[in-house]
Design a binder for this molecule. Structure first.
Ligand code: 45D
Length: 149
């Protein structure tokens, strides 16, 4: 179930990937405690998060789309060197910044594709550990590994 969920997620459009991540956060948000994500991890992502805070909404959206599309930008390469859990902590913090109004909000009228809805439903049926495994895998695949050729 984990592998197929990741596969369908990866086949989604970039915007649907961002939307599914957001909906996953809104469903799981309360079960992910800030303590679990670890302040130390976030320090490693702090530079990237600070850059995002200083951007316009359009630029913020572009950076997130670039990460999902694995565009070879400086930002995507900096993201690429973070560990898997730090990448998760980065996305978690982005969601928190969205809630606080520092990052471009999700349009309330966004229409998720059928496959997007399917991924979300499957994700909801997995246990917490499997949900984390799926999310860790999809955010690990984002960005660009500067050490890969
Ligand atoms: O205009 O370290 C669209 C543990 C459409 C413990 C859009 C853990 C067009 C160890 C593209 C939709 C394993 C528990 C706009 C960590 C349009 C540890 C915008 C786990 C505006 C870290 C869309 C942590 C946008 C976990 C802006 C499980 C979408 C963390 C943004 C999970 C989506 C984090 C975002 C999750 C989604 C974060 C920012 C699920 C973030 C999701």
């Amino acid at each position: 179930a984990v592998a197929s969920t990741v596969a369908v997620f990866t086949s989604l459009s970039v915007d649907d990937q961002l939307a599914v991540l957001w909906y996953a956060y809104t469903e799981m948000g309360r079960s992910i405690t800030p303590a679990a994500t670890g302040a130390a991890r976030l320090q490693l992502a702090e530079g990237l998060l600070n850059q995002i805070k200083q951007m316009t909404h359009e630029e913020q959206l572009q950076v997130m789309r670039d990460l999902a599309a694995k565009k070879n930008t400086q930002f995507c390469r900096s993201y690429g060197i973070l560990s898997a859990n730090t990448k998760l902590a980065f996305w978690y913090e982005l969601s928190e910044l969205m809630v606080k109004g520092f990052v471009v909000p999700m349009p309330s009228n966004y229409q998720l594709s059928r496959d997007g809805v399917r991924v979300l439903e499957t994700l909801k049926e997995l246990d917490f550990g499997q949900q984390i495994t799926v999310l860790r895998k999809v955010v690990t695949d984002m960005g660009v590994d500067p050490l890969a050729d």
